[in-house]
Design a protein around this ligand. Structure first.
Ligand code: GLU
Length: 484
């Protein structure tokens, strides 16, 4: 294969905020493709129609652009293998599922959800691994025809050997053996004729000429299904390279409950894209000269897959802060620094942009005598984590235990709130009720945690504007402060 034929891809699912893990995997795919003069492709995996949204897709695209990880083919730029959004390629997956059926590599499964749920319960109770038991494998042709005749809903599942082991070749990890009896007879096409991830992913990687798949290690267990599909379809499989997972300081998989994961958070906090990319690069890779600070271009120049290390990289905000500080001090002249600050202050919606001023103008106007009084009122909107003391958090009617419980309850609920001030208010009213406290008393420490002061701008508006990630981070910080 000539080097220029290398094609890599990032294939995010647009569900929720753009994830720092997407940027991490994109970075490695980008560097590998650029180093070898190949192409880096962006594909949107939005077949889960209930969870996917255009808003999320746009946030992913703009975050990758902010980071400077430009894609050669994909949404907004087009390319010869489009469309690059899976929801627009449904016909291709249906046709492929039909081919697999025809060739006897897949079968129609008419099992109803309640039978499948019962089956899983029984398997769990018997200490067995949950997985399809193969009931519909033995349906005769005439039975299938008659059920189709009655328009019974069905899914298409792939056949999977029950014996032996599948050997997956991973560029970083060598041969990985996975016993076939641990691999489920995966649904390929759902009852609504939409594909699952596995089918769409394989079909598209093939159709888009992807040569190397660099993705997170959480996908290793999917690889046997993919390998089998490539074999069934007579296609050659791209080279696999599973990158080490990013981890929380306690070594668990990076999660927003323990660490900010949204790229929007890092942007709003005022991390420089160069520094964030540099840090993500360091998570699994190192420069031959050992230098910790390097640019994207330098990483591309020196990039080689052999330098990827498989340790469990811990995402450590303090180290990122240190690196970001270096980028701010060492790489921007005074004019560039001024320009960055201006961009950040004007563009991030919780600082000084138009929308912010329109939302805030009417609220803060009643609280000031001269415009410069805005300074302290707006300070929490320019800040990341604000400094607060236990005394301030506890100067209301509630004791330490009650405040801590309230914060914990809110941290739990915050994940499922639709992010607007009415829903936020409802959530905090529920928290107060659950604490058995008066609303005023219960809200006081939240004012402190979120705005730094018990007398400040309206809380629910403030939370809406700050965004979920920063509110989560501040509530978590308040809990930490209370422990001391
Ligand atoms: N859509 C998958 C994701 O969200 C892609 C996984 C893969 O790269 O195969 O990460």
């Amino acid at each position: 294969m000539s080097e220029s034929a290398i094609r890599t891809r990032i294939a995010p699912s647009p569900t929720g905020d753009p994830h720092v893990g997407t940027a991490y995997v994109a970075l490695f795919n980008y560097c590998f493709a650029r180093k070898h003069g190949g192409q880096f492709i962006l594909r949107i995996e939005d077949t889960d129609t209930a969870r996917s949204s255009r808003q999320s897709e746009e946030a992913i695209l703009s975050s990758l652009r902010w980071l400077g990880l430009a894609w050669d083919e994909g949404p907004e730029v087009g390319g010869p293998c489009g469309p690059y959004r899976q929801s627009e390629r449904a016909e291709l997956y249906r046709r492929t599922a039909g081919q697999l059926l025809e060739a006897g590599h897949a079968f129609r499964c008419f099992c109803k959800p309640d039978r499948l749920a019962r089956m899983r319960e029984e398997q769990k109770a018997a200490g067995k691994r949950p997985g399809y038991d193969g009931q519909c494998l033995s349906l005769s042709d005439s039975e299938v025809q008659s059920r189709l005749g009655h328009s019974e809903p069905f899914v298409i599942r792939m056949k999977v050997p029950r014996e032996g082991t599948c050997v997956i070749q991973d560029l970083l990890r060598g041969n990985i053996e996975i016993a076939w009896d641990t691999v489920d007879m995966q649904v390929l096409l759902k009852a609504d004729a939409m594909p699952t991830y596995h089918l769409a992913n394989v079909v598209d990687d093939h159709a888009m000429g992807i040569t190397h798949i660099l993705r997170g290690e959480e996908w290793i267990n999917s690889a046997p299904k993919h390998k089998l599909l490539y074999e069934y379809l007579g296609w050659s499989m791209p080279v696999l390279c599973h990158l080490p997972l990013l981890r929380n300081p306690d070594k668990s998989k990076l999660s927003k409950r323990k660490n900010p994961t949204s790229l929007l958070f890092y942007k709003r906090m005022g991390y420089l894209p160069e520094a964030l990319l540099n840090y993500l690069g360091l998570m699994a890779w190192s420069m031959p000269n050992g230098e910790e600070k390097f640019s994207l271009n330098a990483m591309v120049q020196e990039f080689s897959l052999e330098r990827i290390s498989l340790g469990g990289p811990v995402f450590d905000l303090r180290k990122l802060d240190w690196l970001n500080g270096r980028w701010i001090r060492e790489d921007l002249d005074d004019d560039q620094f001024a320009e960055r600050v201006r961009q950040w202050a004007l563009n991030e919606r919780w600082a000084l942009n138009e929308r912010f001023l329109k939302q805030w103008g009417p609220l803060v106007r009643s609280r000031i005598a001269v415009l410069s009084d805005l300074g302290p009122l707006l300070a929490p909107f320019f800040s990341g984590i604000i400094s607060i003391t236990p005394e301030l958090l506890l100067d209301g009617k509630l004791d330490r235990n009650a405040v801590s419980t309230g914060l914990a309850l809110a941290l739990d609920r915050i994940e499922n709130v639709e992010w607007n001030k009415d829903e936020i208010e409802k959530m905090l009213r529920d928290v107060a009720a659950e604490m058995g406290a008066k609303l005023r008393d219960a809200l006081r420490p939240f004012y402190v945690a979120i705005t730094g002061s018990a007398v400040s701008v309206p809380l629910f508006d403030a939370m809406e504007i700050l965004g979920r990630d920063l509110c989560r981070a501040r509530l978590r910080h308040a809990r930490e402060v209370l422990k001391h």
